[in-house]
Ligand binder design. Structure first.
Ligand code: ARG
Length: 448
């Protein structure tokens, strides 16, 4: 191994000057330019809607933003103009809590008849649906056997359509906890190269390293019990303070942040004290938890649409009564506590837990956010500027300004009057490429 590396190094050093002399660097081909115009533009940074704006896109980035009349003047003939007419444009949406590689079909079948290979084979379907629903960026907070990493690679190399992905790879939790196969025979065990169960600081540190080694951008821990798993007491902490701290410290060594699944009152506080970047779910948060989150600047990612879907569909999907009962315990409280936390000034970013319900339905959560205390503009900000801030991409996505990715969506209706119009978008662009066009009659190339 060592020998081969040295050989390769020598080749570079010895051969490259000759190569350089023979082939002068060709001048780069200019990137295509696109001008997108529309009647209304939501600017989540300023929290306003501007009329008759346009953006000039060069390659996959925004080059210039301004009044459509100004940007249209003296355009070079090769600039392609896309006029979205009376539509409203928003920056591409961001979902900070997805499990895009799978979605539930049947409790028994999903556990016993599907392997990670089934997951890997079908995950592209969900990635595409997510993108077509206008979610151009997602933070995926848990998947089996690095299937999310493989999906991200396939998307980033242009092989399949899908959102930009930040991946947490395999979520980490304790024996008997939310990631373990709890409630079944002790003789039942599945093979894995990437175990989700990690106990004690040493195992947790090792698991963080393994995730990072295979491509994780984020680390996800299960700080408390969950709903969709068979252990008791949905709010109970499942890691000790020391274990949560080990996860955060180890992640930080590798430049990663931690998202903590936590429904429980105490688990939320422990995770915040350990220094996680976001609390996922946050269902049973109390006043002290709210205070701590504000003090530490911890984000809340509350999946408040989920309850509707679980209570109407999960009995039909064969989920045990125990799980349905747990949902009844937290569903309403989560919504009430979300409202309380948001009104108290806790930073809230949009995250749906899509994968618990069908991918592509992510935007259904907007109406819930408005029902439970946000204005439509605040709900949009939670899925653009705030989400970008949480995921560490606030200079790349979440707004349409020079240098940002040309990720945008457009809709005929007015999302500031009725935020639910975002559930059915008419136009989706990611990185200057068009993935959905129900707005113009021009023969635009839609990427399939
Ligand atoms: N993945 C979460 C869990 O199993 C889903 C919780 C859904 N319920 C809710 N009210 N948000 O704990």
């Amino acid at each position: 191994m060592k020998y081969r590396v040295c050989f390769a190094f020598l080749c570079c050093v010895v051969v490259s000057p000759f190569l350089a002399a023979q082939s002068p660097t060709p001048s780069p081909t200019p990137l295509p330019l696109i001008l997108v115009k529309a009647a209304h533009w939501v600017d989540p940074v300023a929290g306003v809607v501007r009329d008759n704006q346009a953006i000039l896109i060069e390659g996959d980035k925004v080059k210039q933003v301004g009044a459509a009349a100004d940007l249209s003047k003296g355009l070079a003939p090769d600039v392609r103009v896309i006029d979205l007419g009376n539509a409203t444009v928003l920056p591409g949406l961001i979902d900070c809590h997805t499990h895009v590689t799978a979605q539930p079909e049947n409790y028994y079948e999903d556990i016993f008849r599907k392997s990670p290979i089934d997951v890997a084979t079908t995950s592209h379907i969900y990635a595409r649906r997510t993108l077509l629903a206008g979610f151009t960026t997602i933070r995926n907070v848990g998947a089996v056997e690095f299937t999310d990493i493989a999906l991200r690679t396939a998307i980033d190399t242009g092989k399949i359509p899908g959102p930009r992905m930040l991946c947490a790879a395999v979520p980490l939790g304790s024996t008997g906890g939310h990631v373990d196969l709890t409630g079944f025979s002790p003789y039942l065990e599945f093979k894995t190269v990437a175990p989700a169960v990690a106990n004690g600081p040493e195992q947790i540190r090792e698991a963080v390293r393994r995730n990072v080694k295979y491509g994780a951008d984020w680390i996800k821990i299960m700080a408390s019990a969950g709903v969709l798993s068979e252990e008791e007491a949905v709010g109970a902490p499942q890691y000790s303070q020391e274990e949560m701290k080990a996860a955060v410290d180890e992640a930080a060594l590798w430049g990663r942040k931690v998202a903590a699944h936590a429904h429980g009152t105490e688990a939320i506080k422990m995770a915040v004290r350990a220094g996680v970047a976001s609390i996922e779910h946050g269902s049973l948060i109390d006043d002290e938890g709210i205070r701590l989150m504000k003090e530490h600047g911890t984000w809340l990612v509350a999946d408040i649409y989920n309850d509707d879907y679980i209570l109407t569909e999960y009995t039909r999907l064969g989920y045990p009564q125990k799980i349905i009962d747990k949902e009844r315990l937290v569903g309403r409280l989560q919504r009430e506590n979300f409202r309380k936390a948001f009104q108290a000034g806790v930073k809230c970013a949009f995250g749906t837990d899509a994968g618990v319900y069908p991918h592509g339905w992510n935007a259904k959560q907007f109406a819930k956010l408005v029902e439970w205390g946000m204005t439509p503009m605040q709900a949009i900000q939670s899925a653009t500027t705030s989400a970008a801030d949480l995921i560490g991409w606030k200079t790349k996505v979440g707004q349409l300004a020079p240098g940002y990715f040309a990720d945008l969506v457009a809709v005929k209706g007015d999302p500031l009057k009725d935020v639910s119009v975002l559930e059915k978008l008419d136009f989706v662009m990611k990185g200057g490429g068009i993935y959905k066009n129900g707005l113009t009659n021009d023969p635009l190339t839609v990427i399939e």
